[in-house]
Ligand binder design. Structure first.
Ligand code: XIL
Length: 333
């Protein structure tokens, strides 16, 4: 039986999101055996790494990068500019008043310069801007503090700052729901504008927080080929396949809305994972990385999202770290 990284060595690195607590014991063993890349799940986000003005907390991020280097794994950096997990101080002055465009741009520049600079040459790809496009409104731009205070050019500035700090790093725009027609179109327009302005953007990250019901192969392929048409590479940056219905279906109380993993859920998930990796392999060359968001079903961020306390089973390894049926489909082709 091939491991994930063996099965995909001629295709793309297979990554996993990690926290420092994953880096010892049985999870560490599984990570080293199966994966060829890591992404810090939270450690490099603005809040955790830059909790106060002038104070950086490098400990967790350093530990993850050191673990990867020791084990010959690649590192994806995540993330430099996001509306979530960013401390309030970033947008306010000493008196609690909102800062000006100039001050916020200076802070963003300093932050990106310090974080990217510290890991220069050790992180091959960065999610520079995360989730800047809203799901439903007709606007391309999410009404985040960055957008409100700086304006739409905060995005290109973030890419420019990152490129200046490490000219060799591949720079990504990263988002979820990239297979919905409306959002795909808006992300496409954003990326097209950036490319036309020669902004140093090299790739687009499809987060890949999917479920056993979506996306379809056709929707996924449309996103990959449309973004690739702009001369960008594509990576799947946060893959998981929830066994639960999407929220709008959940509200209609579908029978699958159960806390237990049923045989039907497992069968659907196995088929979904097979479909996804069939598409990924087909786009070899354009698709340059696939990263899972967490190690095993023992603990996943979906256990509390979007429904507090509801268990999910979205990964290839079960709660005792054993491969699930989907694993065999994905590694045997
Ligand atoms: C999630 C982490 O997995 C959680 O531990 C944290 O509490 C919230 O963020 N999109 C992203 C990721 O880009 O950074 C998010 O990670 C999941 C959604």
């Amino acid at each position: 039986q091939k491991t994930l990284k063996e099965a995909y060595k001629d295709y793309f690195p297979i990554g996993v999101a990690v926290a420092p607590r994953n880096l010892s014991g049985p999870e560490a063993e599984l990570i080293v055996k199966q994966f060829s890349s890591v992404t810090p799940e939270n450690a490099m986000k603005m809040g955790p790494i830059h909790p106060e003005p002038g104070r950086y907390n490098w400990q967790d991020a350093d530990a993850i990068v050191a673990f990867a280097q020791k084990n010959g794994m690649k590192v994806r950096g995540h993330t430099l500019c996001w509306h979530n997990q960013t401390p309030k101080w970033f947008f306010t002055d000493d008196e609690g008043k909102q800062v000006s465009r100039e001050v916020l741009l200076d802070r963003l520049k300093e932050h990106i310069n310090n974080v990217v600079g510290r890991y220069k040459g050790k992180i091959y790809a960065w999610d520079v801007v995360n989730e800047a496009v809203p799901d439903t409104s007709s606007s391309i731009y999410r009404e985040s503090k960055f957008f409100q205070i700086i304006g739409e050019d905060y995005i290109e500035k973030a890419f420019e700052f990152a490129h200046a700090a490490d000219p060799d790093a591949q720079l990504f725009y990263n988002d979820y729901n990239t297979e919905s027609a409306l959002k795909r179109e808006k992300i496409f327009r954003l990326l097209k504008k950036l490319k036309e302005k020669n902004v140093p953007v090299h790739g687009v990250g499809l987060q890949g927080h999917w479920s056993v019901y979506e996306p379809t192969a056709a929707e996924l392929e449309k996103s990959i080929t449309q973004f690739a048409g702009l001369g960008l590479v594509v990576q799947i940056t946060e893959l998981d396949v929830s066994v639960h219905p999407k929220e709008h279906e959940r509200r209609q109380k579908k029978p699958t809305d159960s806390a237990m993993l049923t045989p039907e859920m497992t069968a659907r998930q196995t088929a979904q994972y097979k479909m996804l990796f069939d598409v990924f392999r087909k786009h070899k060359g354009t698709l340059t990385g696939v990263t899972f968001w967490n190690v095993s079903d023992k603990s996943t961020w979906l256990d509390n999202f979007p429904v507090m306390g509801r268990k999910d089973y979205p990964l290839l390894f079960d709660q005792t770290y054993h491969p699930k049926p989907a694993y065999f489909q994905v590694t045997d082709f």
